[in-house]
Design a protein around this ligand. Structure first.
Ligand code: ADP
Length: 245
């Protein structure tokens, strides 16, 4: 499988007065094409710092971040803007939909930054809305939709540019638990069908279980990587062995 993200020996130190905070303290991992990975940890563990580095929003103090073959830590501001536009989709905790645009216009917005003609944009956006099961809501304004529906619009907008990677920062942080589960199931299904790589940050151990792999972060260190697929595979094998006995 193709490595989409590779992080090597990553450090981020912040100086606060005379103190030095080790927000990331020697992080190494690889994420492969088509994986759904969750980075899970308590508040202050370094999750946002890590996501910001991966998205090229902040520079590391030390270390390497290679995404789709590019060294992110070496790119200048303009190159980073281009990198994000060409390779990355974002899903935000607070949805970030424009209140003056309806659902389909919101989904189409990232395409307008790429000079895609309006008719093509809207057609693609409609297709994405159908994918997140909101085909019947394309003319709804954000304030005419529930939180869960708004986040599904957010997911469709992240997908519309056909990115290599989607970064999601606490995507269900503003939703109740039932709606959160629905949005997680949808994201899981959509990234699987579209063969996208999804990196989600959360403080919620339960929501992290939707991921293929779970990276546990404590005090800026990845202390454990859980492989959910292995567990699922093992369950299947155990069941088959039992049936064969
Ligand atoms: P999380 O997202 O897991 O809550 P963060 O990545 O936001 O954690 O923070 C990790 C650590 O780095 C915390 O101790 C936090 O206080 C510190 N930190 C984050 N950003 C800054 C900053 N801009 N300046 C100083 N310290 C920061």
């Amino acid at each position: 499988m193709r490595k989409v993200i590779e992080v090597r020996n990553l450090y981020k130190l912040y100086r606060v007065g005379t103190e030095v905070v080790h927000a990331l303290d020697g992080v190494d991992f690889a994420i492969y094409e088509g994986e759904f990975c969750a980075i899970v940890g308590t508040s202050g563990s370094g999750k946002s710092t890590l996501l910001n580095m991966l998205a090229g929003l902040e520079k590391p103090t030390k270390g390497e971040i290679v995404i789709s073959g590019q060294h992110i830590e070496k790119l200048g501001e303009e190159q980073l803007v281009k990198f994000r536009r060409d390779h990355v989709g974002f899903v935000f905790q607070s949805f970030h939909l424009l209140g003056t645009m309806n659902a389909v216009e919101n989904v189409a917005l990232p395409l307008s930054f790429r000079g895609v003609p309006r008719a093509v944009r809207l057609k693609k956006a409609e297709k994405m809305l159908e994918l997140v099961k909101l085909g019947g809501h394309k003319n709804h304004m954000p304030n005419q939709m529930s939180g869960g529906q708004q986040q599904r619009v957010g997911v469709a907008r992240a997908l519309v540019v056909d990115p290599d990677i989607i970064f999601a920062d606490e995507p269900t942080g503003n939703l109740d638990s039932h709606t959160s589960e629905e949005v997680m199931r949808l994201m899981q299904q959509v990234v699987r069908e579209q063969k996208k790589t999804l990196v989600m940050v959360t403080h919620d151990d339960h929501l992290a279980t939707y991921a293929d792999r779970i990276f546990h972060i404590i005090d800026g260190k990845i202390v454990r990587i859980e492989d959910n697929r292995k567990d699922i595979k093992k369950e299947q094998e155990d069941r088959e062995n039992e049936e064969n006995q």
